[in-house]
Design a protein around this ligand. Structure first.
Ligand SMILES: C[S@@+](CC[C@H](N)C(=O)[O-])C[C@H]1O[C@@H](n2cnc3c(N)ncnc32)[C@H](O)[C@@H]1O
Length: 362
C-alpha cells in the first residue's frame, strides 16, 4: 500500500439496510447528474416550451411540434417522467408538463426559474481536471479561466432572484436607501458580472446613476451591451476594475452581489469601499445562504453552493489574494471582514431561502 492508499475492505459486518439506503441515494444522484444534459437539450430545443401550458401530448405530437426525431423524443420523455419533471398518463400514453414546472423551466423572468442552475453545472464541470490538480498543488483558478459558458450561465442563475427581490424587498430592508435612490443617488455595483443587478436597479430608479465594475473584461463587454439594449443611457456605466481600485467617490450605495466571497482580498475590497463611500453611505452585501456551523450547512442548498465553492468561488479567491472565504462563509466571519475593512456597523437586513442580505455602514 502506498502512502496515498487507504484500506478499502473491512472485516466488520455491514449494516445491510444502511448499505441499501446509500445505494438508493447514489442512484438518485447519478440519475439526476446524467439527466442534466437532457434538461439542457430540452431547453435548447424548445421541448419544455412546446409542452408548457399546452396540455398532454404524445411523443409523436411533441416531435412534430418541435421539428425533432420521435425516437429521441420518446426516450427523452421517459427520462423526464422518471425524474418527476413531467407526468405520464398510462391511459392515453400522453405526457404533460405541470404548470409549476413549466414556469420553473421556461420563464427566466420568474423567481421560480431554475434553468441557470443547469447551465452552471455544465459550464463548471468543464473545470474538473484543473480543480482536481489544484487539490494537490493548492493553486487557484481565476474566474476568467473557466469555460466561456460560465458567464451567461451566472447571469441566468442570479437574474431571476434580483428581479423578484431586489426592488421589492432587499432595498426596502436597508435603512433609508430606497428614499435616496428615488430622489437620486450614486451607486457602485462591484463584481457586477453581466450587470443584471445594476440594470434592475437602474430601471427602477431613473433619478439615480449607476457604475458597474468587474475585473473580468468579457463580462463588462456583455454588461455594456445589455445596458445599450435596456436604453438606460448615460445613467449607467460599466468599467473593468477590481474591488480594490474601482474609480469614483461619495457613493451613496456600494453593492456586492454574490461576489465578496469570490474575492481574494475581501478586506482590501471593504477598505477601498469604506474610502469611496459617502459619509452616510450604505454597503449592500448579498451572499449565498449559509449557517454558522457545519451542522447548519448540511442541507440541499448548501450542497449546491459548497460544490460551486470548491469548483469556482474558492479557487478564484485563492488565485487572487490571501483570504479564500468560500461561499459558505459564516455571518461572524463576514462581520470580521467588514469590520477589518473599516466599516463598523454590520447587520443581516433580510434573507431568502438562498440568499443572505447584509447592510454595512461606517
Ligand atoms: C458569482 S459572479 C457574480 C456576478 C454578478 N454580481 C451577478 O450577481 O450576476 C462573481 C463576479 O465577481 C467578479 N470578481 C471576482 N473578484 C473580483 C475582484 N477582485 N474585483 C472585481 N470583480 C471581481 C467576477 O469576475 C464575477 O463577475
Amino acid at each position: 500500500m502506498t502512502q496515498h492508499e487507504t484500506e478499502t475492505k473491512t472485516t466488520r459486518p455491514l449494516d445491510e439496510a444502511k448499505a441499501q439506503a446509500f445505494l438508493g441515494k447514489v442512484i438518485t444522484d447519478c440519475g439526476a447528474a446524467l439527466s442534466a444534459p437532457l434538461v439542457l437539450i430540452g431547453d435548447a430545443l424548445g421541448l419544455y416550451k412546446a409542452m408548457a401550458f399546452a396540455g398532454p401530448q404524445t411523443s409523436a405530437e411533441l416531435a412534430a411540434r418541435t421539428g425533432t426525431n420521435e425516437r429521441y423524443i420518446r426516450e427523452w420523455l421517459l427520462n423526464q417522467a422518471a425524474g418527476g419533471y413531467i407526468e405520464h398518463d398510462p391511459a392515453t400514453d400522453r405526457y404533460s408538463l405541470p404548470d409549476e414546472h413549466a414556469v420553473a423551466l421556461t420563464d427566466d423572468t420568474s423567481p421560480l426559474y431554475v434553468g441557470g442552475m443547469f447551465h452552471i453545472v455544465a459550464a463548471v464541470s468543464r473545470a474538473q481536471s484543473r480543480i482536481q490538480a489544484a487539490f494537490r498543488t493548492g493553486e487557484g483558478m481565476l474566474w476568467g479561466e473557466h469555460d466561456a459558458a460560465l458567464f451567461p450561465a451566472t447571469e441566468r442563475l442570479f437574474r431571476p432572484g434580483y428581479v423578484a427581490n431586489l426592488i421589492a424587498s432587499w432595498i426596502p430592508a436597508l435603512d433609508g436607501v430606497q428614499a435616496k435612490l428615488e430622489k437620486g443617488a450614486k451607486v457602485a455595483d462591484i463584481g457586477c458580472g453581466h450587470g443584471a443587478s445594476t440594470l434592475v436597479l437602474a430601471e427602477a430608479y431613473p433619478n439615480s446613476r449607476f457604475h458597474g465594475f468587474d475585473n473580468h473584461g468579457p463580462s463588462i463587454e456583455a454588461a455594456r451591451q445589455a445596458a445599450q439594449e435596456a436604453g438606460v443611457g448615460e445613467r449607467v456605466t460599466f468599467e473593468v476594475a477590481g474591488a480594490q481600485n474601482y474609480s469614483g467617490a461619495d457613493y451613496d450605495l456600494v453593492a456586492f452581489f454574490d461576489c465578496l466571497h469570490d474575492m481574494g482580498d475581501p478586506i482590501g475590497a471593504m477598505r477601498h469601499t469604506a474610502e469611496t463611500l459617502a459619509s452616510d453611505g450604505t454597503v449592500l452585501i448579498v451572499e449565498p445562504m449559509a449557517g454558522n456551523s457545519v451542522e447548519e450547512d448540511i442541507n440541499p442548498v448548501s450542497r449546491f453552493y459548497s460544490a460551486a465553492s470548491v469548483l469556482l468561488c474558492m479557487p478564484n479567491a485563492i488565485a487572487s489574494g490571501p483570504l479564500a472565504l468560500g461561499n459558505q462563509v459564516s455571518e461572524q466571519k463576514l462581520r470580521e471582514v467588514v469590520n477589518a475593512g473599516g466599516l463598523t456597523r454590520f447587520r443581516r437586513a433580510t434573507q431568502t431561502p438562498i440568499n443572505r442580505i447584509f447592510e454595512a455602514r461606517r
